[in-house]
Design a protein around this ligand. Sequence first.
Ligand code: F6P
Length: 322
Amino acid sequence: IKKIGLFTSGGDAPGMNAAIRAVVRTAKYYNIEVVGIRRGYEGMINGEMFPMDGKSVANIIQRGGTILKTARSEQFKTADGRRLAYDQLVKHGIQGLVAIGGDGTFTGARIFGSEYDMPVVGLPGTIDNDLYGTDFTIGYDTAINTVIDAVDKIRDTAESHDRLFIVEVMGRDSGLIALRTGIASGAEAIIIPETKRDINALMDRLENGRKDKSSKIVMVAEGEDPGGAFEIGRQVKEKFPNYDTRVSILGHIQRGGKPSCMDRVLASRVGVAAVEALRDGHRNEMIGIVHNEIAFTPFEHACKHHVEINANFLKIVEILSI
Ligand code: F6P
C-alpha cells in the first residue's frame, strides 16, 4: 500500500490529534503517503484533501479537537454520496483509509467497505466510550476528568447552600460517562439510558437516603428523553418543595481541552497499529486495546449496542452513597 487517506468524523474527542499524528508519522516510517481529508465523509465527497507529512503534525499531540475538522454527514448515508466519495478517493490515488470516530463513523465505513474495494480501518475516537472491542475510546479519559473537575466545583457551592444538583453529562445513548463520573464524584444517584429511567426509585432514594447530607448530586446522562435533566429537576422540585434544587448541564466543555496522558498514549498505540494493519491487509475492522493488547474488531461488532453496562457500578453508587 502506497497512499492512505486519513479523516476524523462524528463528534470530536480529545486525543484525536494524537491519533492523527501517530498515523502520519507511522506512515512516514513505512514510506506510505498520507492524504488528510477534512470534515470527515463530507470532505471526502467534496474532495477536501491535502498531503500530510511528518511536519504537518508537529506540536499537536497536546491539542484538543481535531486539526482535520469533523462533521456528521447526511450525504454519505446515501448511495450517491458514497459513490462521489469513492470517485474522489480514486482520483487522489488513495488505496486505503484510516477513520477516526465513533459508531456513526464505523457504520458508514462498514457500508462503504461492502460496496467498494477500499480497505478501511477505524480508530475509536469518541468521548462516550460506547464501542465494543476496546476497553477505552480515545477522549473518554479526558472527558471524565473534565466532568469530575466540574462536579467537584458544583459540590463546593452545593455544600455551601445545602442544595441538590441534577447534573447532566454527555452521552446521547450511552451512560458510561455518567456511570464512572457518578462514582468518582460521590453522586447519590445516577440516571442512564441503558437502565429504564425509574423516577420513583430516584424519589425513593432522595426521600429515604441519609437526611443529614447537606449537598446531593444526581448524575444524569443526556439520553433521548424529552427535557432531560430539566424534566427530572422539575419533578424533584414538585415532590420535594423544601429541597433547594438546581440543574446544571455541563455540555460541550466535556468534548474540549487537552487530552490526558492516557488518551495520548492510547491514540499513539492504536494510530501506529492502524497503519501496520493496513499494510498487513486488514479491512473493515476497528483497532482497540483490550487487556492492554491491540485488538481487532469488525465494524459491525464495534457499534454501540454491544457495550453492556456493568451492573456492579450502579450497586457501588447505591452502597457508597448511604
Ligand atoms: O458522541 C459524542 C457526543 O458528544 C455525545 O456524548 C453527545 O450526545 C453528542 O455527541 C452531541 O453531539 P453534537 O455536538 O452534535 O450536539
